[in-house]
Design a protein around this ligand. Structure first.
Ligand code: AQP
Length: 335
């Protein structure tokens, strides 16, 4: 690999399509960053099984997520694009990190508290509790210093830095420590029907979620039915006008137009006009991506070959790092 810094990021295949928030908050920016970094993009299937999931659909969702990365512009010849469970060093390093993570330290992770609360704390698994140490392993294995994530992941990057630093001071300099690259402030996208709640792959209602794999007519219909307010003015104000602000955020991301310019261009125009403009912009971007993803999915054997080749590339980097870790910890090498 070159002298470029390494970037690692991933998304969980927790649904049969990514949603527009995943695109604006992550994927769109990954594509912009892949030339600047040695970029590694992972479909984190082992993270997806930390909450109840359907084993009948996981493999298909994993393929679809990978196809969507490629369809959005991730180049699997240039960047490394692979499936987490194909490289066993991730779980092996996660175990080592578990042994140097404090129980109290892990208990402070707010995402665990949020996700556990969704299922009822008693039902939360040990895997969900250990999610942040697996994520730390994902990052530290590759000496990734750039980790583009949403603001909700900041605490996990801090933990990764703490664990990497702790390992280095106990066992000798082994890992580079990452910096979180937090995505733009405006990048958070909210549910179309409930614009106070973050849009999620696992949102309860389908009508509030714009899926990248939805048919264009369905996408347009959902946007045209988005909740707004009784006022008539089009301006960005998350507190007073969450629905309108959400639509403006989407339009700003899809047209690369700064918010004040966008607001000025809608002066005197109505909500119907705003919704049609947003729908056109989203459809224009997603329609060709959906077509490309469907094309890739029509030949699963070829897609699997791409993923397998890329897993080998990832493994080439991960294996020697894991061997160093085992040696530093004092594990007896297998002869
Ligand atoms: N609504 C959103 N707005 C902006 N960014 C978002 N991301 C997710 N939702 C939004 C970003 O997408 C990446 C996805 O990471 P993930 O799949 O590991 O999990 P997540 O953040 O929990 O995503 P979801 O869609 O909400 O999935 P579920 O429902 O499975 O929990 C991250 O970089 C995130 O910031």
């Amino acid at each position: 690999m070159s002298t470029k810094a390494t970037l690692f990021s991933g998304m969980a295949p927790s649904a049969d399509s990514l949603q527009i928030g995943n695109y604006i908050g992550a994927l769109q920016q990954w594509v912009e960053m892949q030339d600047t970094y040695n970029a590694i993009f992972c479909v984190v299937d082992l993270h997806a099984i930390t909450v109840p999931q359907d084993p009948k659909t996981l493999a298909a969702s994993t393929r679809t997520t990978a196809a969507q990365y490629i369809a959005a512009g991730i180049d699997p010849e240039q960047s490394i694009l692979f499936v987490q469970s194909h490289v066993s060093a991730h779980t092996e390093l996660a175990w080592i990190l578990n042994t140097i993570t404090g129980f109290g330290e892990a208990s402070r992770m707010t995402q665990f508290k949020d996700k556990a609360a969704k299922q009822g704390t008693e039902a939360a698994s040990l895997g969900l509790f250990a999610y942040p140490t697996l994520m730390a392993a994902d990052i530290l294995l590759y000496d990734a210093t750039a980790v583009p994530v949403g603001d909700d992941q900041r605490q996990h990057i801090e933990l990764t830095r703490d664990l990497g630093g702790r390992f280095n001071s106990r066992f000798g300099e082994t890992f580079k420590l990452p910096e979180a690259v937090i995505m733009k402030e405006t990048a958070r996208i909210y549910d179309l029907q409930n614009p106070e709640a973050k849009m999620s792959k696992t949102s309860v209602s389908d009508s509030g979620v714009i899926w990248m794999m939805d048919e264009p007519s369905k996408t347009a219909k959902k946007i045209k039915s988005a909740v707004t307010d009784d006022d008539r003015e089009i301006r960005f104000d998350r507190g007073a006008k969450p629905g309108v602000s959400n639509l403006l955020t989407i339009l700003s991301a899809f047209t690369s137009t700064p918010m004040p310019e966008l607001e000025a261009s809608f002066a005197g125009r109505g909500y119907g006009d705003l919704k049609s403009t947003v729908a056109d912009a989203v459809v224009a971007t997603f329609e060709p991506m959906r077509a490309r993803a469907l094309e890739l999915l029509s030949d699963p054997a070829e897609l699997d070959r791409i993923l397998s080749r890329n897993a080998a590339r990832a493994e080439e980097l991960a294996k020697p790092k894991l061997a160093t870790v085992y040696e530093r910890v004092g594990l007896l090498p297998r002869s």
